[in-house]
Design a protein around this ligand. Structure first.
Ligand code: XMP
Length: 517
C-alpha cells in the first residue's frame, strides 16, 4: 500500500484542492469530516501525516469544531491550514482572537526563520505571495512553537514546532493564488511526513484491478456505457480486470452528438473487444417525450425510460451480480455543511438514481477514490483515445435539453446536431477545446426572417454557449474573439439547412446555468 495522508475537513470551500495538490505530489490521501475522525480512525487509516483544513467557523464560537484530542498524542506530522492552524493552536495552549483587521486575498509573507515547510522554496528574509482568507488570528503561540513567517495582517502567518513536526499556516497553500503552495504541500508530505510519492495512475491501475478481482470473483458485471469519460474508463478498467465477465450496455437515446454512438461501438467492441450490447432506443425515447417541453418532466421521462431499457437489456443478456458505476470522489466526500437544511432543486442532474436498488445488484465503483483529472489520466494509461478521455462533460439527457421550448423531433435534433458539430469542429481547429469547460449549440424555439441569395428565409435561430469552469458549480462565458464567432456563425448558416441566425450566450453561472434547461 502507498503511503497515505489524512485530511480532516472543517468545511472549507477549498478542502478538495488540498487533496488534489497532495495527490499531484504522488501521495494518496482522503478527506474525512472532523466529526467522523478519532485517534483510532487515523491510526486505522494508516496516515503518515495529517492536514487540518480551513473552515468557516470561528474558534471563539461555542461548540465550534476541533481536531480529535487524541490526534496530538499520536506523534504524527500535522499541518494546520487557516482554521486548522487556529484550532491546533488553541488546543495546544495558544490563543486565537478575532482579528481587528480581516485579511482577504493577496498578501505578502516574509520568512523570518528557516523552516522545513519552506525548504528549497523561500529563504529566510525573502518574501512571497500568499492567499489569505480569515477573520480570526493567532495571538499567542502554544509552548514549543515559533513564528517562521509573518504578513502585515497576520504576525503568526506561519508557525512551527519542528521537534514535534507540527506546522500551521494562516494562508491557503492549496489555491493557485499561493504560487509556492504546491511546493509547500509537497514538502510537508515528502520531507516532513516522509511519504514516498509512489502513488501514480500505473500503481492505481494495478491496485484497483486486484481489488475488482477480489470483489467480483467469478460473478458477472454489467456496465452502462454512455460515451462519457467516466463510464468509458470504468469499462476499460473492468475489462482488463475480469475480461468476459463484463458486459457493457449502451442505451442509445438518440440524443447523442454527431459521431458519438459510432465511436462508442468502434472503440469498445472493435478495439477493446468488450462484449457490448448497443440498443438503439431512439424511437422509444422520442415517443415517450412526444409533446413534452417542461425541462424537469423531460429529465424524469428520460431517466425512467433509460432505466426501463437498461433493465430489459440486462435481462436479455442473462442478468448480472454486479452493476458498475462511474462514481467519482467528489460524489463520495461528505463535505461538512455549516448552513444545513435542504437546498432548492434547480435541476435534477442525477437522472438514473435508484437503479442498483431496483435491480437488486451489488455495486462496483472503481473510480470512487479519484478526481476527474485523475480519471482522465487513468483513461490514458488504459489506452483510451485522447478525444474520448479529454471530452467536455455532456449531460445524461443529452441534446434533449438543448432544444428548449418546443417538442423534440428527429428533424430539430438533426439540425441541432449539425450546428453543434460545426461549432466543436471550429473550436478544435482553433486549438481552444482544452481551454473550455463545455461548448455546445442550443436550438431556439423561434423562427426568424433572413435573406439568402435572393429569397426570403424563415428558419430557426441557434445560440452558441461556451463556458469556463472548474467544477460546473460556477461558470463564466468564454471570451472568444469576434472573428472566431463570426466564422462559426457563417459556417452554420451556410451549411445547416434550417438555421438562419446565430447568437452567442454571454450569461455567467450564477445567475444563469450552463445548460438552457
Ligand atoms: P447546469 O446547467 O446545472 O449544469 O449549470 C451543470 C453541469 O451539469 C450538467 N447537467 C446535467 N448532467 N444530467 C446530467 O447528467 C442532467 O440532467 C444535467 N443537467 C445539466 C451540465 O451539462 C453541466 O456540466
Amino acid at each position: 500500500m502507498s503511503d497515505r495522508v489524512l485530511i480532516v475537513d472543517f468545511g472549507s470551500q477549498v478542502t478538495q484542492l488540498i487533496a488534489r495538490r497532495v495527490r499531484e505530489a504522488g501521495v494518496y490521501c482522503e478527506i474525512h469530516p472532523f466529526n467522523r475522525v478519532s485517534a483510532e480512525s487515523i491510526t486505522a487509516f494508516g496516515a503518515k501525516g495529517v492536514i487540518l483544513s480551513g473552515g468557516p467557523a470561528s474558534v471563539a464560537d461555542f461548540g465550534s469544531p476541533r481536531a480529535p484530542d487524541g490526534l496530538f498524542a499520536l506523534g504524527l506530522p500535522i499541518l494546520g491550514i487557516c482554521y486548522g492552524q487556529q484550532t491546533l493552536c488553541e488546543q495546544l495552549g495558544g490563543k486565537v482572537e478575532p482579528g481587528d483587521h480581516r485579511e482577504f486575498g493577496r498578501a505578502m509573507l516574509t520568512l523570518v526563520e528557516p523552516c522545513a515547510l519552506f525548504e528549497g522554496v523561500v529563504a529566510k528574509g525573502e518574501q512571497t505571495q500568499v492567499w489569505m482568507s480569515h477573520g480570526d488570528r493567532v495571538t499567542a503561540l502554544p509552548p514549543g512553537f515559533k513564528v517562521v513567517g509573518t504578513s502585515e495582517g497576520a504576525p503568526f502567518a506561519a508557525i512551527a514546532n519542528a521537534e514535534k513536526r507540527i506546522y500551521g499556516v494562516q494562508f491557503h497553500p492549496e489555491v493557485v493564488h499561493t504560487p509556492i503552495g504546491k511546493q509547500l504541500l509537497s514538502n510537508f508530505v515528502h520531507k516532513i511526513a516522509g511519504c514516498a510519492g509512489d502513488w501514480t495512475m500505473k500503481a492505481f491501475r494495478a491496485q484497483e484491478i486486484a481489488k475488482v478481482r477480489a470483489q467480483v470473483g467469478k460473478g458477472r458485471v454489467i456496465c452502462g456505457l454512455s460515451g462519457g469519460v467516466d463510464s468509458s474508463v470504468v469499462a476499460a478498467l473492468l475489462h482488463e480486470a475480469i475480461g468476459d465477465q463484463l458486459v457493457c450496455v449502451f442505451v442509445d437515446t438518440g440524443f447523442m452528438r454527431s459521431g458519438e454512438s459510432e465511436q462508442v461501438v468502434s472503440v469498445f467492441r472493435d478495439r477493446f473487444n468488450i462484449k457490448l450490447v448497443h440498443k438503439d432506443a431512439s424511437e422509444l425515447f422520442l415517443s415517450k417525450l412526444a409533446g413534452q417541453t417542461d425541462p424537469e418532466k423531460k429529465r424524469k421521462t428520460i431517466g425512467a425510460t433509460f432505466i426501463d431499457v437498461f433493465e430489459e437489456e440486462a435481462r436479455a443478456v442473462g442478468g448480472a451480480d454486479f452493476l458498475a458505476q462511474g462514481t467519482l470522489y467528489p460524489d463520495v466526500i461528505e463535505s461538512v455543511s455549516f448552513t444545513g437544511g435542504p437546498s432548492v432543486t434547480i435541476k435534477s442532474h442525477h437522472n438514473v438514481g435508484g437503479l442498483p436498488e431496483r435491480m437488486n445488484m451489488k455495486l462496483v465503483e472503481p473510480l470512487r477514490e479519484l478526481f476527474k483529472d485523475e480519471v482522465r489520466a487513468l483513461g490514458r494509461e488504459l489506452g483510451l483515445p485522447d478525444d474520448m478521455v479529454g471530452r467536455h462533460p455532456f449531460p445524461g439527457p443529452g441534446l434533449a435539453i438543448r432544444v428548449p421550448g418546443q417538442p423534440l423531433t428527429r428533424e430539430n435534433l438533426d439540425i441541432l446536431r449539425k450546428a453543434d458539430s460545426i461549432y466543436l469542429d471550429e473550436i478544435r481547429k482553433a486549438g481552444l477545446y482544452d481551454q473550455i469547460w463545455q461548448a455546445f449549440a442550443v436550438l431556439l424555439p423561434v423562427r426568424t426572417v433572413g435573406v439568402m441569395g435572393d429569397s426570403r428565409s424563415y428558419d430557426y435561430a441557434c445560440a452558441l454557449r461556451a463556458v469556463t469552469s472548474t467544477d460546473g458549480m460556477t461558470a463564466d462565458f468564454y471570451p472568444f474573439e469576434m472573428a472566431f464567432i463570426g466564422r462559426v456563425a457563417n459556417r452554420i448558416i451556410n451549411e445547416v439547412k434550417g438555421i438562419n441566425r446565430v447568437t452567442y450566450d454571454i450569461t455567467s453561472k450564477p445567475p444563469g446555468t450552463i445548460e438552457w434547461e
